[in-house]
Design a protein around this ligand. Sequence first.
Ligand code: AMP
Ligand code: MG
Length: 297
Amino acid sequence: MPDESLKTLRGLVPPLRVKPGTTVKLPHDFDPAYTAKFRDREHAQTALAVGVDLLSDLQPKLAAQERFALLVVLQGMDAAGKDSTIKHVMSGLNPQGVAVHSFKVPSTQELLHDYLWRYGRELPSRGMIGIYNRSHYEEVLVVRVHPENLALQHLPPPGKRDVWGERFNEINNWERYLVDNGIEVLKLFLNVSKEEQRRRFLERLDNPEKTWKFTLADVRERRYWDEYQHAYSEMLSHTSTEWAPWHVIPADHKWFARLAAAASVLDALERLRPRYPRRVSIPKAELERARAELETE
Ligand code: AMP
Ligand code: MG
């Protein structure tokens, strides 16, 4: 029943949101295995289909209107399911209106710029949906867990500065600027448990079709699990704002992560209320002349 599904979809989002100003402590505060009222993949399928369908109805309006853009920021540990979430949630969309960008280790050139520079260059233009697969948040995650990254950034001497506190402020202000300019910022943290990550890594090793995804860096980073949980907790506590709140997407069940991510994207797009623009720029008489010309051809 589509109407019922729509209500369910909308209801999924508010509990995932991190209330601005709250202090988050992972892993205690959010259960990676949460599935709301959904029992299993089959149960979630109808709701996901409805969500993807609605997204494909809203996207052309966003594109035609050329007023707003949506930036979806995806963060999560390795094997949290960032790639498959993008694939499933965006499956019904017109590829011309979507731009996915994956941020990797910064290049020498990028390191010579201020730290937000490379993220500003890939922002979606009006009408587009941009997806950041990893994002400016790595600047307070991997860079914080491995401060040697900071040493490569050609920064002015730090003195007594609180680098992370400053970055949280700068990022919040930057996002405020984006939202004020019509770029809606939707932030999704795919919250996977340590045990589920282990299972997924082992599956990558066992399944020859998945082994290509496995890197030695994955196991190396896993050793820093607690440091990452701390960095993520800090990020959620300091950068969930009224204008760009974080959504914690429970990611131990991939089928639920997809559903929750789709519901969040739908929620963000609906808030923009995209509509097809009226052709007000062409006087009615001109339109009628054009019609007459075509009809008498
Ligand atoms: P993957 O997303 O698995 O393809 O890997 C991308 C790698 O790039 C990850 O290991 C990230 O930690 C790393 N990375 C992304 N952004 C940054 C950054 N700003 N500084 C350092 N490493 C980064
Ligand atoms: Mg990886």
